[in-house]
Design a protein around this ligand. Structure first.
Ligand code: ADE
Length: 416
């Protein structure tokens, strides 16, 4: 078996963390039980380009239970947990991922999983799909899945310009994915990353959240829960007013730059904090990115202004401006929740990765009948994921009476 990982000797530590995460993934566990009976992916090769974490490792084991041959590479050069990579290799699953790998190695690893000629590909950010549609055009998988908002936006652009040649399930579009992972997962893990990188007190600080989608809203909620004064920067008026009614201040980036102590970008767009904002920032401002790509902070401009940085703590680099102000960057401007912490907790990845596993099964079930388009998983599967989670958490779900069902489908009953 081929693989490329940093430290095979970390496999036992990785196996323990993998087991711990698995215990908090009851929906995936119930799918695994069914998969072991039904083997819906028998003989299929699945090439996954996902963050190499304990939660992803549980997904890989679920795919293997389903009869698949999974292989894994990283979807971000800084998010790989080397102990987990080692644990998966010890399980006989090919992994090509090394924390901190350079760009050539990162893309080389994507090629390595594609060399296995996958039937299904899984992406988080659409880097693998991009290679599939540019340099590896000899490959023809049955279909692909995409985990994240950024990846879905890229794939929709490919569908629109006619480039897309495989059906894609936008896992992000399942309600049981984006309403939970994006909000509660990003909210908690982004704050976790900033705290681990800096150990600063959040209470009483001005936390600027740039972007108020599901992820930004989650980050703002959690920052407020820790006692921050939250300031939101938005370009969309509806989202901005929603932030106002959630109780946050909404300012332009220029105005927020002057008062923020901590800045978190969660937009999916490039250079949302740039030279003009760095010029205005207070001494000691801490900047972190929780969006998928490391383009939200214009670090090249910061480097031009301040010269090279120096690491002041693990995952925290300090730039000194010509006027003496210090600006600190967490996790090199890459996804702070995975670069400086462990990513979203297993409890929420349970929902996301159950959707991934179901998406792979759905693509195989519908092989030959799908167009090169972006699909969302059927609503019944979404509801099933939610139902199993609710049951596992020990909560009850109320049922409609027959009378209520008929009331909802009729129009005759109005004002009494
Ligand atoms: N994305 C965010 N958190 C993650 C995690 N724990 N595992 C895999 N992908 C993630």
């Amino acid at each position: 078996m081929q693989f490329d990982i940093a430290t095979p000797t970390l496999s036992e530590e990785g196996a323990r963390r993998l087991e711990w995460a698995g215990r908090r993934m009851p929906v995936l566990a119930s799918l695994r039980e069914r998969f072991r009976q039904e083997k819906p992916l028998e003989g299929r090769t699945v090439a996954a380009c996902l963050h190499v974490t304990a939660e992803t490792a549980n997904l890989m084991l679920a795919l293997r239970d389903a009869g698949a041959r999974p292989a894994l590479c990283a979807s971000n050069p800084l998010s790989t947990q080397d102990d987990i990579a080692a644990a998966l290799v010890a399980e006989g699953i090919p992994v090509f991922a090394v924390r901190g790998e350079d760009s050539d190695t990162y893309y080389g690893h994507i090629h390595s999983v594609l060399d296995l000629e996958p039937d299904i590909t899984m992406d988080d950010g659409a880097d693998l799909a991009t290679i599939l549609h540019t340099t590896r055009t000899e490959l023809n998988p049955v279909g692909s899945t995409e985990e994240t908002t950024t990846g879905v936006i890229r794939l929709r652009a490919m569908a629109e310009d006619g480039t897309l040649r495989v059906p894609v399930v936008a896992v992000n579009d399942s309600q049981t994915k984006h309403l939970f992972d994006n909000r509660y997962g990003t909210g908690q893990s982004a704050m976790d990353g900033i705290i681990r990188a800096s150990n600063v007190l959040i209470a009483g600080s001005n936390v600027v959240v740039v972007g108020y989608g599901d992820c930004g809203r989650g980050v703002a909620d959690r920052a407020r829960g820790l006692g921050a004064h939250v300031i939101v920067v938005e370009v969309d008026a509806v989202r901005a007013i929603s932030a106002v009614m959630d109780g946050h201040r909404v300012l332009t980036a220029d105005d927020a730059a002057e008062i923020g102590h901590i800045f978190i970008t969660v937009t999916g767009n490039k250079h949302v904090l740039r030279r003009r904002h760095f010029e205005r920032m207070r001494n000691g401002a801490i900047l972190a990115n929780a969006g998928h790509f490391d383009i939200e902070l214009e670090l090249t401009a910061l480097e031009e202004m301040a010269g090279p940085s120096r690491p002041i703590r693990a995952n925290l680099d300090e730039y000194v401006m010509p006027d003496g102000r210090r600006i600190l960057i967490a996790a090199e401007g890459r996804l702070v929740n995975l670069g400086a912490a462990e990513g979203h907790p297993a409890d929420v990845m349970d929902l996301s990765f159950s959707n991934q596993a179901l998406a792979a099964e759905w693509l195989v079930q519908n092989e030959g009948a799908l167009e090169p388009q972006i699909y969302t998983l059927p609503a019944e599967l979404d509801a099933e994921v939610a139902r199993i989670k609710l049951e596992a958490l020990g909560f009850g779900l109320e049922k409609l009476t027959d009378d209520q069902v008929s009331y909802l489908s009729g129009w005759q009953e109005g004002t009494a």
